[in-house]
Design a protein around this ligand. Structure first.
Ligand code: ADP
Ligand code: MG
Length: 354
């Protein structure tokens, strides 16, 4: 079940959004009269993540917010592997035994995940479940696993062993013990579902924020671009290294800071390498993808984070619908060409790479 969050703990208020001058804006002639400079807001909880929704329209009602909650509930009940009897749980329970027919949307998300696995040469690995369970990152008792345990988990991971039947929307995991985990893609999908719903209801100015995965719908109520804060990967949530001006884009970041634990002075974060079983350890601290659909941005940010700067950059540049911000371990910021004007560096600890 999703839970609406009623208490606004200051710790949890993520300052991902800089709404300079949001009060007292005047609307332009072609703007809807209902556009509002003060957002209607609501919070939910999905996939262990706070979802914050801000809709800049005075017609937004509590019933609309409830309907969004029901959509998030539906996605949770289908795609959350931790939830007994969700569609993904049923697929995982039947691993090595039988196929399971699922809803069209779950099928589509799994299919997209497999496409990203193939396109990233296996860096994106939707059958990463056994490894996620072993590390327990984000849970109560995370721990560094033994080598033997890592080997055993990795033997149960391979996107090529996921069989999809498009005619019946059936999914089969070939080996017993395999486990699908959509943690790197389903939040993006949920953001797209919320945006579609708002669009259908004739709302056009909103910020959908799933734990820092942002979908900035339309423009600010005064018609100017949104200014989105880009997380400083060396700091707690809400500290920024720069801002990005966008209209109708999704901005999704994967980084070392999101979920992690420390053991023996070492930081272990939650994006795991399917090749050695450990948290990905390369030249990147974070990667932010800017594109049109949040599901793609989410899958791409995890893929590109694991690929590293050089290959990751090639991956993004091979797609004409995506741009990226790479932050490297030596605090350099690399931008793809489409972002050079939109990005403003605001933090002196970082430098724009030549
Ligand atoms: P966030 O959840 O912070 O937005 P990501 O989108 O990068 O970050 O997703 C990380 C989650 O994806 C992990 O918590 C885990 O469930 C899953 N995951 C970890 N490593 C991989 C991987 N190599 N490929 C696909 N999914 C992964
Ligand atoms: Mg992701």
């Amino acid at each position: 079940m999703y839970r609406k969050l009623l208490s606004y703990s200051s710790l949890l208020i993520m300052l991902t959004l800089l709404m300079a001058g949001s009060i007292g804006c005047t609307t332009t002639a072609d703007q809807k009269v209902a556009a509002s400079s003060e957002p209607a807001t609501e919070r939910y909880f999905l996939f262990d993540t706070i979802v914050s929704l801000r809709v800049y329209d005075e017609r937004m009602t509590s019933q609309h917010f409830d309907e969004v909650g029901a959509l998030l509930d539906r996605i949770d009940q289908r795609m959350n592997r931790q939830l007994a009897d969700s569609e993904i749980d049923r697929i995982n329970q039947a691993a090595g035994k039988s196929e399971v027919s699922v809803s069209e949307e779950t099928f589509k998300v799994v299919e997209t995940a497999i496409d990203y696995a193939a396109a990233s040469g296996g860096h994106f690995e939707p059958t990463v479940g056994p490894l996620v369970d072993l590390w327990g990152i984000g849970g109560e008792h995370p721990a560094v696993p033994e080598e033997g345990e890592l080997d055993a988990a990795m033997k149960r991971m391979n996107y090529k062993d996921v069989f999809l039947n498009p005619a019946s929307h059936a999914i089969l995991l070939k080996k017993e013990g395999m486990s699908l985990d959509l943690g790197a893609i389903a939040k993006g999908y949920a953001a797209d579902v919320i945006a579609d719903y708002l669009q259908q209801q004739d709302f056009h100015s909103a910020i959908i924020d799933l734990g820092g995965n942002i979908l900035a719908m339309g423009s600010k109520p005064d018609g100017s671009p949104w200014k989105i804060g880009i997380q400083d990967p060396g700091e707690k949530r809400g500290q920024h290294l720069g801002t990005l001006e966008v209209v109708n884009k999704t901005i999704v970041t994967s980084g070392v800071y999101e979920r992690f634990f420390k053991a023996d002075g070492k930081v272990y974060h939650h994006i795991l390498s399917p090749f050695n079983g450990y948290p990905v350890d390369n030249d990147l601290l974070s990667v932010t993808i800017v594109t049109d659909t949040s599901m793609d941005a989410d899958a791409m940010s995890t893929s590109v984070f694991s690929l590293g700067l050089t290959e990751g950059r090639q991956f993004v540049e091979s797609r004409d619908d995506a741009e990226a911000i790479f932050v490297t371990t030596d605090h350099q910021i690399h931008l793809t060409s489409g972002l050079t004007h939109a990005f403003k560096l605001t933090n002196g600890d970082y430098q724009l790479a030549e």
